[in-house]
Design a protein around this ligand. Sequence first.
Ligand SMILES: Cc1cc2nc3c(=O)[nH]c(=O)nc-3n(C[C@H](O)[C@H](O)[C@H](O)COP(=O)(O)O)c2cc1C
Length: 176
Amino acid sequence: SSGSSDRSSALIPEDAKVLVAYFSATGNTKSAAQMIADELDADLFEITPTDPYTDDDLDWTNDNSRVVQEHENEDLQDIELTTTEVENWDSYDVVLIGYPIWWGDAAWPVNNFVKNNDFSGKTVIPFCTSSESGIGDSGDHLAEMAGTGDWQKGHRFASDVSEEDVEEWIDSIEED
Ligand SMILES: Cc1cc2nc3c(=O)[nH]c(=O)nc-3n(C[C@H](O)[C@H](O)[C@H](O)COP(=O)(O)O)c2cc1C
């Protein structure tokens, strides 16, 4: 194997303090986040809208549903969260941010979490789940909203993300 060159590309040093922050509407991203946090011995933070999304809210086939209305009107994507404050925020070296893909981009409930935190001095690694889309430019869009932090290339998992999928990815970004 290529040995030291693999290690030098690792984004997460062994002694780093890691936070996994995520939004999940139907549990897939939550499942990925939990497995990632287990693998990395990281803390978990769930990004929760004050007004949670119901199944009806998420019906993208219904023009009158909440997500379709929000998708069609950017002003409606300013989603109030129960909190954006993470305990001991300053202590984290690395923040992973997880979200579902909605219409090819990051689900907008993560936006206010990203906008309201200062990522200065932190490595930020996006991840997503989707039924078929790639992660696309969603990480770049979030990096622009944040304006701070050393944002890295993100990773997309399938909706039915497995422990093997997570392990394989973590192996590629964690120091041995
Ligand atoms: C409103 C909405 C829009 C979606 N748009 C896409 C999409 O553009 N591409 C895709 O592959 N999957 C799309 N999906 C599927 C979700 O990305 C996928 O089910 C994801 O795993 C859901 O994560 P969650 O369970 O954490 O909410 C969409 C789902 C919803 C509810």
